[in-house]
Each structure stands twice: as C-alpha cells, then as structure tokens.
Design a protein around this ligand. Structure first.
Ligand SMILES: [Zn+2]
Length: 318
C-alpha cells in the first residue's frame, strides 16, 4: 500500500506564462496529510484556495485552467505540466503559491518542476494514499479522437498515448506507453516538451498570444522539423501528450488503478473523461486504499495550512 508524501521543503521555480507573457513566481510548500494539491494566488489577498480538482476546471483552449470556488475570479492557468510532475513524482499533498494567473511555461516540459521537487526531496506521511480501483470501462470520443480507461487486471496504473498527425513526417505516428508503477517519470516523460505547428504559432501571435516565446524555448514544428531546436526524443510529441494526459487525470483528486489509453486526445476530451468519472464515482470505483479522513484540498479552514506552525507539524520520519 502506498502512503502519502509531501515535499521535504519549499521548492521554487519562476518564469513567464506562455499565453500571457506575464512574469510569475511559484513556490511549492509542504502540506499535511489529506490536504491534496491546491493553489493560492498570493497576489489576490483573501481569495480562497483553488483545489487541483475537476470541480474547479474552467474552459480555456489548449490548456487546463482552474478557477477559485469562491467566485473571486482568481484563477490559475496552464496547470497541467505541474499536475503531471506532482503525480509522476508521487507528491500527494502540496500547497502551491503563485502570483499571476498563468503558471510559467518554462521549457515547455515538466523537467524544471521535477528538478525543483528533487532539490527538496519527498517526506513520507502517516496516512495511506487515496487510491480507487476502476470497475468498468469509461470512454469518451470526439471528432475521431478518443480516450478511455479500463479496469487494471494486472493491478498496475498504465497510460498509453497514440499520436497521429496524418502524414506529417515531423510528428511520427506511434504509441508511447508509461506506467508510474514500473517506469521512471523523471527520465522518460518529464523533459518532453509541448509543441506547436508553425502556422498555429503564427495565428496565436496574431491574436497577441505567445509573444515572449522564442523557438529555442518551445518546439515549433514545420515540415522540416523543429525551428532552431532539436527533439529530445524521436517520439517527444507522443511523450508530451501522455504527460498532459497524466496531468489532466490528476484532477480526479485520487489515484486510479486503471489502464488509460488515448488516441489524438487533448485537454478538452481528457477533461470530459475526468468529469464522467467524477460524476459516476460511487458507481465505477471501489476503494483500493484510503485514509479515514476526508480530503480537503485547501477548502476547509482557509489559511489553515499557510502558517509556518502547521507546516512544522508535518511528521518527518527522517
Ligand atoms: Zn502540455
């Protein structure tokens, strides 16, 4: 049985939002057992915590955005690479502070976030992880793309992503598979970068988005390959789509024993699968392991976890 983990200290990373171009500072703080993953916009005093949960997901193109449940309008955009890093590294409880509405794009991957997490290490906590075993298949389809999850007959969580951009040689079709139970997220997935086709990047720029992003910092692809850049893996694009999928599945708020697979799925379709699982939670899951306390994702007792005293109470077996 897995037990819950938080960070061994406060981790930091900074940068600018790919979409907004706005500078942003992020710090990841240890949080008590059952706190889950939640955000605080420290530039908006008095705004509530924003749980990293499907209930708080807002609609925004090509990325995943969370909106505060208190109606304050506080939001955090492009959370998927951080959410994937937390799941991939086994962080259950963390309080995330940021001072702008969009998380930094960094190099387009989760790599710098994983390094920040590794720099402070993890601390195991006293409670069992919240994990659910899926009992029946769930599938979502749209415009020829699909995503599904089926019960894990081998007792492992698995992800599989099939990429298919037609006959574009620069994005070879293929399948990438990853199991957090067997494989190394930091080595296999974290450093794969987001990508965009050159004509899409030009369209976004015309609308005022991505103006600070340079081709050296993100994969911009034309038919000859990446502009002013090199692929880190031959199948880097498929790996990154799997990273996005892992990040989006983290919005369930608990681990799922199931086999996820997707074909050409993106954030919107991923979110529809999570929404469906969330709505049918009591019918489609059984408890694999759990704490006997309710998760709160920062919703209970606002500010309760942001003072130093409660942080110091986190049990540290070291
Ligand atoms: Zn992504």
């Amino acid at each position: 049985m897995r037990i819950q983990h938080t960070l061994g200290g406060t981790a930091h990373f900074d940068g600018f939002g790919y979409w907004s171009g706005q500078d942003v500072h992020v710090s990841l703080h240890p949080a008590p057992p059952n706190a889950g993953i939640f955000f605080r916009r420290i530039d908006i005093p008095g705004s509530s915590a924003i749980p990293g949960n499907i209930r708080c997901r807002g609609e925004s193109p090509r990325r995943t955005t969370l909106i505060a449940p208190d109606g304050s309008g506080a939001e955090v955009g492009m959370v998927e690479h951080l959410m994937a890093a937390l799941t991939g590294m086994g962080v259950d409880n963390v309080e995330i502070h940021c001072d702008a509405p969009e998380l930094p794009g960094l190099d387009g991957s989760s790599g710098p976030i994983v390094q920040a997490i590794q720099s402070v290490g993890l601390v195991s906590q006293s409670e069992p992880s919240r994990e659910r075993r899926l009992l029946c298949p769930i599938r979502m389809e749209a415009n020829g793309a699909w995503i599904q999850v089926i019960p894990a007959t081998d007792g492992r969580t698995r992800f599989q992503y099939e990429i298919d951009y037609g006959d574009r040689p620069v994005i070879p079709s293929g399948v990438f598979r990853f199991s957090p139970d067997e494989d190394d997220f930091a080595k296999e997935v974290a450093s794969s970068r987001t990508f965009i086709l050159k004509h899409e990047a030009e369209q976004l720029r015309q609308h005022g988005f991505g103006l600070r992003v340079r081709p050296e910092e993100v994969l911009i692809l034309d038919d000859n390959g990446p502009l002013q850049n090199k692929l880190r893996f031959v199948d880097e694009c498929a790996r990154h789509k799997l990273l996005d999928m892992m990040g989006d599945m983290t919005l369930m708020g608990f681990g799922i024993l199931g086999h996820f697979s997707a074909y050409r799925s993106g954030h919107q379709l991923n979110a529809r699968l999570v929404q469906e699982m969330w709505q049918r939670e009591s019918e489609i899951f059984e408890i694999h392991s759990d704490s006997d306390k309710e998760p709160n994702q920062g919703e209970l007792g606002q500010g309760r976890f942001s003072d130093k005293k409660s942080r110091m109470e986190i049990p540290n077996p070291m």
